[in-house]
Design a protein around this ligand. Structure first.
Ligand SMILES: *[C@@H]1O[C@H](CO)[C@@H](O)[C@H](O)[C@H]1NC(C)=O
Length: 129
């Protein structure tokens, strides 16, 4: 009898925790796979990719890539970003190949680092409300 009650309690707590987690995910905002099926790659048209999207603080950008040359630098400085001077401008570097960048308000720039792809135009500008 006592064992049965414990089991029910454990299941109850489990359900409660998973509900809590699910709800947290909702509050945290939307997840976007950068570049959709092309992922984070020189083939993706990132300008086009942002066109129909409205980003909010708490949304998450997922950068998926295999090539270590595509590690993602987040930059806040437009001048340095325009010049692809990422080394001077990087505020955060993502390196895992399955990177989750949580967006904060304002304009954030992303480019591959340390590859020459930035100079070739592989750049992502995101305006976050
Ligand atoms: C990317 O998409 C934009 C907007 O649709 C378009 O103007 C531009 O030519 C495209 N760039 C490339 C390299 O295809």
């Amino acid at each position: 009898m006592a064992v049965g009650m414990n089991k029910i309690l454990v299941i109850g707590i489990g359900l409660f925790v998973s509900c809590l987690l699910l709800r947290c995910e909702e509050v945290d905002g939307k997840e976007y796979i950068v570049g959709d099926e092309k992922r984070w790659s020189p083939d993706a048209n990132l300008t086009q990719w942002t066109e129909d999207k409205k980003f909010k603080a708490g949304d998450v950008l997922v950068f998926e890539y295999k090539d270590p040359l595509l590690m993602v630098a987040a930059v806040r400085d437009k001048y340095l970003f325009d010049k692809c001077d990422l080394y001077a401008g990087v505020i955060k570097l993502y390196t895992s190949g399955n990177d989750h960048a949580v967006l904060e308000k304002g304009t954030i720039y992303f480019a591959p680092y340390p590859s020459p792809y930035c100079e070739n135009g592989m750049k992502l500008t995101v305006h976050v409300e």
